[in-house]
Ligand binder design. Structure first.
Ligand code: GDP
Ligand code: IMO
Ligand code: MG
Length: 434
């Protein structure tokens, strides 16, 4: 098995970064395929915390990182992140990072549009304000700038003219200050000599890697419930966060992707607006937030907290083709008298077992909660299934049963090795049938 895809199975922040870091030990390459610096992936290694936004999580192990064409790349954010990593002793050079020259650029004008759109919305989405949505809008609008354009200053200038012609009409129409080209152009040209050495043909690298038997981990950002097609639209991000996105977002053939490892917490969180059926407000939600450290990695926003939703997880598993589950943050549930799991929905008094399509219906869902006995002992740092309290084992087994996907790994703390590994997707040919 030479490749594995890692996807967020809930609303993001499930711990994908640390799962990718674990898989990266057995791999040669880590490739990002969607999103941009709206992502925040955390790794904790020997007490040192690494917060990654655009860089593939394999850079911490010195594995080759690829940034695919499906990523929205803010060159300023990338260079700042490379500098932050250098300060932590991780050198990111073109030998360890390659960027698809066809990746779309996130520009300052996109950040301004993101902020203005949020202000204008009657119901804001709660975006990260990084300009990601507007950059993807320009991509599909066929007026976007791409990494390869940085190599041609004249072309870059004329593309910027066209882009601003489009957006300034909108800014002016709303009585907002139009955007000026000169500063944006000079900043891009100043960054180009640092960015271009990283630019290349990622699809070709992945083809060579596959044919020479190398292993690649495809690192998803965001999650199924934030996917532009499969999430709780319009409260979603603007990219393809499911496993299929790994193919379109890097240029690898779908038949070469390998098993899909879905990552889910043993409870649930969501940052930003939108339906969240199993959300728990009040003291219990606050306890989850505090124990889980549930604040955004990059934005610092408090995350909304709730119980695990197996209806959502089962449906996400199907559309993302999840073969195995990694359950994270078991230790956060230590000390609860009771733990709950959402095992069904009621919609207008009728029991349903799927997530309805309209936002209005999603907002009206009432969770059907099942109670599980909690445990008092600490599970923090436990690395063997046999050492878990019986109540924790019962919870994991019940989740596996409800969702219908085998659990490959359970994590018990943020440190790299705080985990119980039951099976590795790399060594498990049978998991593809699941
Ligand atoms: P990602 O976006 O999916 O990579 O996840 P984030 O990094 O945004 O959020 C996950 C947070 O949970 C980070 O602060 C991690 O350090 C932390 N974390 C990951 N696994 C565990 C775990 O098993 N236990 C605890 N307590 N924290 C964890
Ligand atoms: P990782 O990869 C959690 C959410 C935002 C907002 C919505 C749209 O760390 O799991 P955007 O800026 O993308 O247009 O915002 O999506 N969001 C995330 N939530 N984790 C993320 O990434 C997210 N990236 C975007 O909060 O609700
Ligand atoms: Mg995150």
């Amino acid at each position: 098995m030479s490749n594995v895809v890692v996807v967020g199975a809930q609303w993001g922040d499930e711990g994908k970064g640390r799962i990718v870091d674990w898989l990266a030990e057995q791999a040669d390459i880590v490739a990002r395929y969607n999103g941009g610096h709206n992502a925040g992936h955390t790794l904790v290694v020997n007490g040192q915390t690494y917060k990654l936004a655009l860089l593939p999580s394999g850079v911490v192990r010195g594995k080759l990182g690829l940034i695919g064409n499906g990523v929205a790349l803010d060159p300023e954010a990338l260079l700042a992140e490379i500098d932050r990593m250098a300060a932590l002793g991780i050198r990111v050079t073109p030998e360890v990072l390659q960027i698809a020259d066809t990746a779309t650029l996130v520009l300052p004008v996109h950040r301004a549009i993101d902020a203005a759109q949020e202000r204008l919305r009657a119901k804001p989405i709660g975006t990260t304000l990084r300009g990601i949505g507007p950059a993807y809008e320009d991509k599909v609008g066929r007026r976007g700038l791409r990494v390869c354009d940085l190599a041609e200053p004249e072309l870059l200038a004329s593309k910027l003219d066209l882009l601003l012609q489009h957006h300034n009409a909108w800014f002016r129409g709303l009585g907002l200050e139009p955007f000026r080209k000169d500063q944006m152009l000079s900043e891009l040209l100043a960054m180009a000599p640092r960015i271009l050495p990283f630019a290349g043909r990622v699809w070709e690298q992945l083809d060579h890697a596959y044919t020479s038997g190398k292993r690649t981990v495809f690192e998803g950002s965001q999650a199924v419930m934030l996917d532009v097609d499969w999430g709780s639209y319009p409260y979603v991000t603007s990219s393809s966060a499911i496993a299929a996105g790994a193919a379109s977002g890097t240029g690898i053939a779908p038949s070469r992707l390998g098993p899909v490892l879905g990552v889910s917490k043993v409870y649930a969180t969501r940052v930003g607006e939108g339906p969240f059926t199993s959300e728990v407000e009040g003291a219990q939600g606050d306890t989850l937030r505090q124990r889980g450290g549930e604040y955004g990695v990059n934005t610092g926003r408090p995350r909304r907290c709730g119980w695990l939703d197996t209806v959502q997880l089962r449906q996400s598993g199907k559309v993302a083709g999840i073969n195995l589950l990694a359950l994270t943050k078991l230790d956060v549930l230590d000390g609860f008298d009771s733990v709950y799991v959402c095992v069904g929905y009621e919609l207008d008094g009728k029991r349903i077992d799927y997530m309805p399509s309209t936002n209005a219906e999603q907002q009206r869902l009432v969770p059907v909660l099942k109670r599980f006995e909690g445990w008092k002992d600490s599970t923090r740092g436990i690395r063997s299934f046999a050492d878990l309290p019986r109540q924790a084992v019962a919870l994991i087994e019940a989740i596996q049963e409800e969702v219908g996907i085998p659990v490959a790994m359970v994590t018990t703390g943020p440190e790299r090795d705080d985990a119980i590994v039951l099976r590795s997707p790399f060594d498990d040919a049978g998991c593809l049938a699941m």
